[in-house]
Each structure stands twice: as C-alpha cells, then as structure tokens.
Design a protein around this ligand. Structure first.
Ligand code: ARG
Length: 447
C-alpha cells in the first residue's frame, strides 16, 4: 500500500519501488516504531484529537502486531516502502477507520527521527555493556601483572621498562573514555523528542508534546524544541558513529599489539586455540585472525562514519530522502563494533601471558639508560650533561655488546667521577619501574 496514493494516477515503477524502499533494513526498528505509535495514539486519545475508543483500539492492535512480529507470526511485507508504512497499513487492514486515524498530527519525518533515537538508545547501552565487560576482563588480566616487567616502546623501539599490568591499564583508560563518550552522545540524543515536529512545521492540532516526550523517555523541555531541527538533523548519528570509530581505533591498536605479541619475534603471549586459526597449507601455523579482523573492521566503521557525514553535508533543511541512508550506515557501525567486542574480550581473557619472555626482553635495549642519567642528576649534575654522558656509556656498551648493568664501575668512572657502587641498584629494572612513583606511572605508588 502506498500512503500517498490520492495524488497519483499511476503505480510506482517497480524498480523505483525497490530503490525507494527501506523496509529491508529499517524493519529492525519495528519495536521502536510501534513504541512511538503507542505514545502518539495514547496522546491523541487523551487530548481528544481522536476518540478515546479509537485510541484504545489502536493501542491494543499495535501491541498485538508487535507480539506477532516478535513470535514470527506476522512477516514483513518487503514491498512496503518502510517499516512505518508497513505497520500503519497492517493496523488499518485490521481495524479499519480507527487505524487510519493514527497518522493524525504526525509525519513519517518526526516518526522516524524519534524511532531511530529510541533504537540507538538501546543499542548504545548494549555497546556500553560490552565495553564494561571488556574493561572488567582487562582489569582482571592486568591484576596479577603489576610486577611483570615488560619493555615499553616508543617508535616500536624499546624505551623504558613498564609492567604488563600498566600497559593493559592504558587500554582500560581508553575504553572507559569510550563508554563516557557514548554516554554523552546518548544524553544529548535523549534530550529532545522530535515527535510533534510533524513534517517540518509542527501541527495545528492541540497535541501534547510533553506527554509523548515523557512517555518515550526524553528529558528536555518540549518548549525548547524547534520543529525544523527536530526532523532535519542526524547529528546524534554522527556523534555515535564517531564514538564508535574511536572505539575501533582503540581496538585496532590493541589488535595490532596482540598480533605483534603473539609473533615468534615477540612471543609475549599465546592466543588460545579457540581464538586462533590455522593455515590451509602450512601445518605449523597458528594465526591471530580474530585480532586481524578486528583491526580490519575498523575501516568499515570509519567508512560508515564518513558515509553519514557525507550524506548530511550540504543538505538543505528540512527532511530530504537522502537521510534514509543514515540507517544502514549507523546500523552496520553498531553491529560491527558489537561483533568485535564480543570476540575481543574472551580472546584477551583466554590468552596465555609469557611473563618470562616479556621480562627477558626488557633486559636488552638499554631500557635503564634514562635511569642512568637520572642517577647523575640526583648527584647534582644538570640533566643535559647526564644525558650526554649516559649516551657515551651506551656507545661503549654497544661496542662491547653488553648492557649498562654489566659494565664495571671503572668504565662508569672514566666518564664521570660521580658514579659509585649504587649505580647498579639504580640500573636494576625492578627499581627503574618501581621508582617511577608519580601519579599514573607504573611504580607501586603510581598505579
Ligand atoms: N523511510 C524514511 C527514512 O528513513 C522515513 C521518512 C520518510 N519521509 C518522507 N517524507 N519520505 O528516512
């Protein structure tokens, strides 16, 4: 059924019908569309815009329709233009004239803007829950490893010693901000309810926007809304998509490290068999496909984010059909992030940590060089001079193929008289880590 039949003399071309239709992907919003319609119908009854008896009929039948879609009894008609059209047509088929009254004082424009917000509200909560589970896994994985020394890197070159626990907690910070970012986007999205904006200019009926907004869980003051803005903007999608993109940035960096760490070159971790794959030709292979796919899927989420920005860029107010393109992009971004988080957390939870290899790796690469310079500073030397002397000592070590901690004291003294026996305590990796005690550092007090 076409909702806009009256004006047209011809049926829509069937290819155009398919092209125009969004039900194949917006059908997943059926619960939210019905929720919006329930609130609207109740309001229409309460305000006397339609008879209370019609409102009750609509409400009862919409609830039935929802239950029947839920249990598979009622199937979507993919010939319909979108989920909104389908539900309204189904309602009218069942209850006749009362059903035809549901669309009084509303438009699909405010309907879809509201329904999509409700859908995203739920989905954001689901993503947040998955992030919380990941943070929980990370904290538990980090906990026994606050004394597990590993090389910290800059430029992927060994830099200073840190602990594996400290390294994992960096990701806890990132994912915690991701949770907060989604919360912020959700709060802004939940402020104003677009229902009542009509097609773009509100309505002449005495609707009660406060009632519908409250019923649908929006908290902002209905008087502060603007009907054109209500149906025109999709900035909530843009914010969510960019929040999701940032999650994927974090996941992809973590994935990259997992991939490096489980290579034979690093051998810091071993992924569980259940989270690895083999090769069809090389019998010895155990590949980190999960981490690689997560890294790869980042591109897909960024793509959705860019698609949304591009769809919205330069659109004149108010609603334009371009905006129907918002759904597949935001749905795919959410689905992808959820999928990644669902496999990522258990992959971390089940991986084996090769503590000894990590600690051994930290013994080469002059991770204690900064501490050597700091030693001289503590004896009164300006940092830049201490830095130069330590650099010279590192050069001596490279030549002798040894580490600073293995140089005899005399070699130190050749470069600077300030060195004493206690340099060897200062150079011990455990001390290098645990003396880093400022807030946020890997030392015992800093965690
Ligand atoms: N399926 C449409 C969308 O997602 C619903 C709004 C249609 N409004 C219109 N004026 N054609 O954007």
């Amino acid at each position: 059924m076409k909702l806009w039949k009256g004006r047209f003399a011809k049926e829509i071309d069937s290819k155009v019908n398919d092209f125009n239709s969004s039900i194949a992907f917006d059908c997943r919003m059926f619960r939210e569309d019905i929720e919006v319609s329930l609130a609207h119908a109740e309001m229409l009854g309460k305000t006397g815009i339609i008879p209370q008896s019609d409102s009750e009929k609509i409400v009862a039948e919409l609830q039935k329709i929802r239950a029947e879609i839920d249990n598979g009894e009622l199937l979507f008609d993919y010939e319909a233009e979108d989920i909104h059209t389908f539900i309204e047509a189904e309602l009218t088929k069942r209850i006749g004239d009362a059903g035809k009254k549901l669309h009084t004082a509303r438009s699909r424009n405010d309907q879809v803007a509201t329904g999509l917000r409700l859908y995203l509200r739920r989905e954001i909560s689901a993503v947040q829950d998955l992030l919380i589970a990941l943070v929980d896994t990370l904290c538990k994985t980090a906990n026994p490893h606050f004394d597990t020394i590993m090389p910290g890197y800059t430029h992927l070159q060994r830099a200073q010693p840190v602990t594996f626990g400290h390294h994992l907690m960096a990701y806890v910070m990132m994912f915690s901000r991701d949770i907060a970012r989604l919360r912020d986007a959700k709060t802004r999205m939940d402020e104003f309810c677009p229902l009542g904006s009509g097609a773009l200019a509100g309505t002449t009926y005495p609707i009660d926007r406060k009632l519908t907004a409250q019923r649908l869980g929006f908290f902002g003051d209905a008087e502060l809304t603007n009907s054109i803005d209500g149906v025109s903007d999709r900035d909530f999608c843009l914010e969510i998509a960019s929040g999701l993109s940032i999650i994927m940035v974090h996941l992809s960096r973590f994935s990259e490290e997992i991939i490096l760490w489980c290579s034979q070159e690093f051998n810091f971790i071993e992924l569980d068999d259940a989270y690895s794959t083999g090769s069809s030709i090389m019998p010895q292979k155990k590949n980190p496909d999960v981490a690689e796919l997560v890294r790869g899927k980042a591109g897909r989420v960024f793509g959705s984010n860019i698609a949304l920005l591009t769809v919205m860029k330069g659109l004149p107010l108010a609603y334009n059909k371009d905006m129907q393109e918002d759904k597949e992009a935001i749905f795919d971004a959410i689905d992808t992030v959820k999928l990644c988080l669902e496999v990522f957390a258990p992959m971390i939870h089940t991986m084996k940590i090769n503590k000894e290899t990590m600690q051994f790796a930290a013994t080469s690469g002059f991770l204690n060089a900064t501490d050597c310079a700091d030693y001289l500073v503590k004896k009164g030397m300006p940092f830049r001079d201490a830095y130069r002397i330590t650099g010279e000592l590192v050069a001596v070590c490279i030549e002798k193929k040894t580490g600073l901690e293995n140089l005899p004291l005399e070699e130190f003294k050749v470069k600077c008289e300030l060195f004493g026996e206690d340099i060897f305590t200062a150079l011990k990796l455990e001390n290098c880590v645990h003396n880093r005690n400022c807030e946020g550092a890997p030392g015992r007090r800093g965690r």
